[in-house]
Design a protein around this ligand. Structure first.
Ligand SMILES: Nc1ncnc2c1ncn2[C@@H]1O[C@H](COP(=O)(O)OP(=O)(O)OP(=O)(O)O)[C@@H](O)[C@H]1O
Length: 233
């Protein structure tokens, strides 16, 4: 069985009298230690997939498995635990706490995990050892995103979910961040999933899941993904 499996997953939102089908009967799988890109136009269901996979929301029907465990079956308490310990999140606007320095922002997530990694080592892994004492207001966008990635990794999560992680960055800084995420998958064995509008990174992904109108329209695999530095933005 693959590390992540979506089996006939549907997600509907009931707003007033209207029923919105954000995902319609979708199937895909993702292997451990790979870099996967979920690509599609606005409203195609990308964030909905991250929310279901991250345990922030529940599917209307279908089954989702992570590391052999069905997360669609979990109780609320089990789902909270899963979200805390198994999933690292990276967002477009970093979501760092302004009055904590970089080290403290990373260390705080260690408290949430049963099996955390050393915050100092995580800052080192993202190339920010020399910025540990800086506050968010004193760092560049790229440094803020590196801090957010260190924070996510500090929980020692099984999967790293990234929602438009380069959306607020210039192209060069964005490429560096994506390179870091690709390295986390290929060199550290993390299962990294990036949701984006940006088709430029497609050749650098191991697998690309193309969405349209809540359906998977294509799954593209690359035997030899290119390094991020070779991506033409
Ligand atoms: N909480 C919600 N209540 C009602 N409808 C929702 C909710 N969340 C998402 N939707 C709808 O579900 C569909 C898929 O939304 P989703 O946010 O997953 O798309 P997306 O591909 O991530 O879009 P974007 O690229 O603009 O972020 C859209 O039609 C959206 O309006």
């Amino acid at each position: 069985m693959s590390f992540i499996v979506f089996k006939k997953v549907t997600k509907e939102y009931l707003t007033g009298k209207q029923n919105i089908k954000a995902l319609s009967n979708i199937d895909f799988c993702i292997e451990q230690g790979t870099f996967t890109c979920i690509l599609g136009p606005s409203g195609s269901g990308k964030t909905t997939i991250l929310n279901l996979l991250g345990g922030m929301d529940r599917a209307t029907s279908g089954n989702i498995f992570v590391d052999g465990r069905e997360i669609t079956n979990l109780s609320d308490e089990q789902l909270t635990n899963y979200r805390r310990t198994d999933v690292g999140f990276v967002f477009q606007f970093y979501n760092l706490i302004p009055n904590l320095n970089a080290y403290e922002n990373v260390a705080i997530s260690a408290y949430l995990s049963h099996n955390p990694l050393d915050p100092k080592e995580m800052l080192e892994a993202v190339g920010l050892s020399n910025r540990a004492k800086n506050f968010p207001a004193e760092m560049s966008g790229g440094e803020l995103q590196r801090t957010a990635i260190a924070r996510a990794l500090c929980k020692n999560p099984k999967i790293l979910l990234c929602d438009e992680p380069t959306g607020a960055l210039d192209s060069e800084t964005g490429k560096n961040i994506l390179q870091l995420l690709q390295d986390m998958a290929h060199k550290k064995g993390k299962t990294v999933i990036v949701v984006t509008h940006n088709a430029a990174i497609v050749p650098a992904a191991d697998r690309v899941i193309h969405l349209k109108d809540g359906r998977v329209v294509q799954i593209e695999d690359h035997e030899q993904p290119i390094p991020m530095e070779k991506v033409v933005w």
